[in-house]
Design a protein around this ligand. Structure first.
Ligand SMILES: Nc1nc2c(c(=O)[nH]1)N[C@H]1C(S)=C(S)[C@@H](COP(=O)(O)OP(=O)(O)OC[C@H]3O[C@@H](n4cnc5c(=O)[nH]c(N)nc54)[C@H](O)[C@@H]3O)O[C@H]1N2
Ligand SMILES: Nc1nc2c(c(=O)[nH]1)N[C@H]1C(S)=C(S)[C@@H](COP(=O)(O)OP(=O)(O)OC[C@H]3O[C@@H](n4cnc5c(=O)[nH]c(N)nc54)[C@H](O)[C@@H]3O)O[C@H]1N2
Ligand code: SF4
Ligand SMILES: [Mo]
Length: 713
């Protein structure tokens, strides 16, 4: 008799949109994956990656058992042997070279997997090293630093109230491809269209006419890395034209006069010179922000991951504050999640510059050093050198700048262990790989992204499939490995209970609990009874009670910003006419570096080429679809160029996460794809100096023709 057909509801955890999926299965087969129409947040939306959840589950290349390296091959081993070997090696390295010689790198999917978030601490406590890196410093570190210094908590990050805004200024974000970031916004195409349908507008500022720019009311090109001039000039204009209105936050603002005086030199005319956006247009943007009711300014990767990333994110907060757009309907608002609600006294506020990296002296944030220094800390001999690495759900060889240097650094380690289910560009360097279950085999509650969602909801999902016999979840690996290391060191350490139990405790202490006197009296059990998710309401104004600074005031200007504003003032304009600025690109069918092994996502026309303006091609005697050599300070790659007026003159665009034809990679579909790694060009020394975040956008490159085979140079 054929197995029964079952219907499951499960959030997709591939990106920040956390769409609800309706998954039909029969036995261990997926029959269909569709958007869950009854999900109160995603309302039936899903993107092509949602259906690829099946491909991860069925992928024959996905590891299902721990493996250890033997020469150039991998030998399956038991969990007991794996944990014992890793414990022995880690403890030996620490005995010989010190506790901090073992480093951690945590990749992006950790925040999409609640068991990793709740349980990584067990392993950390056992290892006791203060050398931590993560994808945060290749991404949203400027947001955390800004929230930490202004509002007193790194996770008190307000998001656009997109469902009620009348004017949205999107700077360096492409939600139509990314489905939103630091703004959980499933169904973003409809939500953007709804702004226009209610008579509002949205404007995109981007060096590329992105998919989002295509449907915007207005798109303005901007020279990469220069947004800070635009934002400072908007602040300048708000003061100069007497447009400042700080509304209900007025009595909370510390440092307003300093902001005014520091913005003085940044005229719209200076912004025009640096950005290419006309001075009058700059003024108009400021006026619109100030005069339109329910306006919001939002900036993402393009402005976070560039040389003035922190200054940009700070200036965006300031613009919202000065135009009475913070904590008001249609503006930038705080979320009220059932778990992880940030209020004064909440742990994990963050700390900054408590210690610095050994070689470049970059500051830590919340206990992490910038990932741009990870390779140099491995390659530079001396006391404190990193000798072993634990990666969890990360692929720094393709994700961090100067990938070739990272490759070399990893190959020189004494020991490396990876929690990952693929043998990819990074994990191929490991001695042992510990593969967790895939997403459909474990339960799920989104810890990170309900906290950033444009509408408050809560949802718990049971596993779609039972895990294969003997398989372990990420959280069980953290428990098992942590205990094995602790036992070897003679430290007493207890395993943590399963993640669902931990979050139930959090929910029962949260704002919708009986303890808080809320009529919903939420518990995890109650949430479980609603597999589509529970609607817990729109975003509501919630300041000043939520501000976590020591005095309850909003600190408009931290000291490091004064230095950074001076740095902006003193940065000369670029003069090298041959130089082009490299920016990234995301595509709806791609997901960072690790979803290129799904046939349904990579089929069709290739998407890894370099985009270049026709005039820039002509100036170099290059033609559409020709092979070019791209050179940066750190490396050189060859790829195909496409002529495109999508990018502004002087700018080229190459997506990251490609370049799978590296030695040792065991991904049968991904390794068939052409394309090079953008991060073989991005520069580990090109950083946002305020935070140490990588500047992966706006990287200076030069481009040359590649001579056809046999042709004379
Ligand atoms: N040039 C350039 N570089 C960039 C960016 C850019 O825009 N341009 N973007 C940056 C950004 S925003 C980010 S977030 C980083 C991402 O950088 P990383 O986090 O380092 O890389 P990912 O590509 O997300 O790799 C994820 C890894 O996790 C594994 N994995 C997936 N799910 C799980 C799981 O549930 N458990 C475990 N244990 N492993 C899992 C995958 O197999 C893969 O190896 O890249 C950054 N790099
Ligand atoms: N399909 C898909 N979705 C994803 C991901 C993915 O890889 N694929 N990754 C996820 C992750 S980890 C993240 S962090 C988010 C990122 O989410 P987003 O930030 O929305 O995504 P990006 O496509 O990186 O958008 C950055 C935009 O900034 C522009 N830009 C580049 N340099 C500059 C500059 O100097 N100034 C300005 N103003 N703009 C600039 C780029 O052209 C691009 O359009 O997406 C998430 N969602
Ligand atoms: S937008 Fe796509 S990848 Fe992101 S959560 Fe939704 S279905 Fe998954
Ligand atoms: Mo990211």
């Amino acid at each position: 008799m054929p197995a029964e057909i079952k219907t499951h509801y499960r959030a997709c955890n591939l990106c920040e949109a956390i769409c609800g999926l309706e998954i039909k299965t029969q036995g261990d087969q997926v029959l269909s994956i569709k958007g869950d129409k009854n999900d109160p947040l995603s309302r039936g939306y899903l993107c092509p990656k949602g259906t690829a959840m099946e491909d991860i589950y069925t992928d024959p290349d996905r590891l299902r058992q721990p493996v250890k390296r033997v020469g150039d091959t991998w030998l399956p081993i038991s969990w007991d042997e794996a944990f014992a070997t890793v414990a022995e090696k880690i403890v030996a390295v620490q005995q010989q070279h010190g506790a901090d010689s073992v480093a951690f790198y945590a990749g992006n999917p950790n925040v999409h997997n609640y068991g990793s978030m709740t349980h990584a601490s067990v392993l950390r406590k056992a290892v006791q090293s203060k050398t931590h890196f993560s994808a945060t410093s290749l991404d949203q570190l400027p947001h955390h630093l800004t929230s930490f210094t202004m509002y007193g908590h790194q996770s008190l990050i307000p998001v656009p109230d997109i469902d009620h805004t009348n004017y949205m200024l999107i700077i360096g974000g492409n939600p139509l491809a990314s489905n939103g970031s630091i703004m959980t916004v499933p169904d973003v195409p409809k939500r953007l269209k709804a702004i226009q349908q209610r008579g509002g507008r949205f404007i995109v500022i981007d060096p590329r006419r992105s998919e989002t720019a295509e449907i915007a009311d207005q798109h303005l090109f901007i020279r990469p890395g220069n947004d800070a001039y635009l934002l400072m000039a908007m602040i300048h204009t708000l003061f100069a034209e007497n447009l400042v209105n700080t509304g209900h936050l007025s009595h909370l603002l510390v440092g307003l006069d300093d902001v005014r005086s520091l913005s003085q030199p940044f005229t719209p005319e200076l912004a025009e010179q640096r950005t290419g956006i006309a001075a009058d247009q700059v003024r108009q943007l400021a006026r619109d922000m100030a005069t339109i009711d329910g306006a919001v300014c939002y900036g993402r990767m393009g402005v976070s991951v560039q040389v003035f990333g922190t200054l940009c994110q700070w200036a965006i907060q300031i613009i919202n504050i000065l135009t009475h757009s913070l904590d008001v309907r249609g503006g930038l608002m705080l979320t009220s999640p059932a778990f992880g609600y940030v209020k004064p006294g909440e742990s994990g506020a963050g700390h900054f510059a408590a210690f610095h990296s050994r070689i470049s002296g970059l500051p830590e944030f919340a206990g992490e050093l910038p990932s741009t220094v990870m390779a140099e800390e491995m390659l530079t001999e001396g006391e404190g050198q990193i000798r072993a690495l634990i990666t969890t759900a990360g692929n720094p060889v393709l994700s961090a700048p100067n990938g070739q240097q990272m490759d070399e650094a990893l190959s020189g380690l004494d020991f490396m262990v990876c929690l990952d289910f693929y043998i990819n560009e990074t994990t191929q360097h490991a001695d042992i790989i510990l593969p967790p279950t895939s997403a459909l085999e474990h339960d799920h509650y989104d810890l990170a992204f309900h906290r950033l969602a444009v509408h408050n909801t809560a949802r718990f999902n049971e596993p779609v499939f039972q895990p294969a016999p003997g398989a372990l979840h990420d959280w069980e690996i953290f428990n098992g490995l942590g205990l094995a290391i602790a036992a070897r060191k003679g430290i007493e350490l207890k395993p943590l209970p399963s993640p669902d139990k931990l979050i139930d405790m959090g929910i029962q202490r949260g704002p919708y609990s009986a303890a808080a006197g809320h009529p919903l009296a939420l518990t995890l059990d109650k949430i479980k009874q609603h597999p589509h998710g529970i609607d817990i309401g729109r975003l509501e104004p919630s300041l000043p009670e939520r501000i976590c600074t020591h005095d309850g005031q909003i600190q408009l200007l931290a000291d490091y910003l004064r230095q950074d504003i001076a740095r902006l003032e003193n940065t000369p304009a670029a003069t090298d006419k041959d130089e082009l600025l490299l920016i990234g690109r995301r595509h709806i069918r791609s997901n960072n570096s690790w979803m290129h092994n799904a046939h349904r996502l990579v089929k069709g026309k290739p998407r890894w080429q370099l985009l270049m303006h026709p005039d820039d091609l002509a100036a170099r005697n290059l033609t559409h679809e020709s092979q070019v050599r791209i050179e940066s300070r750190v490396g050189s790659v060859q790829t195909q160029v496409l002529a495109s007026d999508e990018v502004m003159r002087g700018v080229v665009s190459l997506p990251h996460g490609w370049g799978h034809k590296r030695k040792g990679v065991s991904l049968s579909i991904a390794t068939e794809q052409d394309g090079v790694s953008c991060n073989d060009l991005t520069d580990n020394k090109l950083i946002d100096q305020a935070s140490g975040n990588a500047a992966l956008n706006g990287v200076p490159v030069k481009i040359y023709p590649v001579q056809a085979r046999g042709a004379q140079a």
